[in-house]
Design a protein around this ligand. Structure first.
Ligand code: ATM
Length: 249
């Protein structure tokens, strides 16, 4: 398997990135728009990652109201998707009837992400709203970089361009063993989409890449055992975000 570029985004910071043409907003994670004024701070970007069947959607649906109860203004978006162009790209990348070459696949995900960041994520963060994202760049690193064998560095590079360097403030990585994941997916009883038809080696490579990314950046990526009951996973997620919530409220 391709070795994960351990140095990439370690610390995850590209301070002072000018984000979004004409937006005039310069930020990196941890940087505040009106720093020192006490007026308003940039929202936080929280991403949820993990293989299909790990329970990302269940966690996201519980986490967002729990954060709102704690006084955080937060919107939930998904990837690929969240805006019209990205939702259409989602339909394309999932379609089992389409042949999609690995580089094309990586670029399609990056294009969906670029649109979502520019149209929704950046304006929300700039206005002080937090954004919870069901998947982000780490998905591309794991699935296209490792799973498709394109290489972490190459996929990181196109995504740095797509997002203008936007990096999550915190990432919750749901880890689940392959057998439990397969059982959960079977319970859903859905036809597998194009990605889900990839073989076991693809998902094993993606899982290993997620682990290596988490090991390389433990301050950002917090690993949660997705084998626990949903309320326990939620508690772990809230714990992993507690410092950010305290700063915000
Ligand atoms: P969800 O069904 O988890 O929302 O994700 C869509 C699929 O796209 C998912 N498939 N599986 N298994 C993961 C995949 N995906 C990538 O391969 N790269 C990416 O960058 C993203 C965001 C998703």
């Amino acid at each position: 398997m391709e070795e994960v570029g351990v140095g990439w985004m370690a610390g995850g910071r590209q301070p002072g990135v000018q984000y979004g043409a004409g937006m005039g907003v310069a930020f990196g994670p941890g940087q505040h728009l009106w720093e020192g004024t006490g007026v308003r701070t940039r929202g936080r970007l929280i991403t949820i990652e993990g293989l299909d069947g790990a329970g990302k959607t269940t966690l996201a649906d519980a986490l967002v109201p729990a954060l709102r109860e704690r006084g955080v203004a937060i919107e939930l978006l998904r990837e690929p998707g969240g805006v019209e162009l990205a939702e259409r790209i989602r339909a394309l990348v999932k379609d089992p009837a389409l042949a999609v070459e690995a580089r094309a696949e990586a670029l399609l995900y990056a294009a969906a992400r670029a649109q979502l960041c520019a149209q929704r994520v950046a304006p929300l963060l700039a206005g002080g709203t937090w954004v919870a994202l069901d998947r982000f760049v780490d998905s591309s690193l794991a699935y296209q970089g490792a799973g498709r064998g394109l290489g972490i560095e190459a996929v990181a590079a196109i995504n740095a361009f797509a997002t203008a360097g936007l990096t999550p403030d915190r990432t919750l990585l749901l880890r689940l063993d392959a057998r439990t994941r397969a059982a959960r997916r079977a319970d859903r009883g859905e036809q597998p989409d194009r990605l889900e038809r990839a073989g076991d080696a693809f998902f094993a490579a993606a899982a290993a890449a997620y682990d290596e990314l988490a090991a390389a950046d433990p301050a950002r990526i917090r690993v949660l055992d997705a084998g626990h009951a949903p309320d326990r996973v939620l508690a772990g997620a809230l714990d992993a975000l507690a410092d950010l919530v305290d700063q915000a409220c």
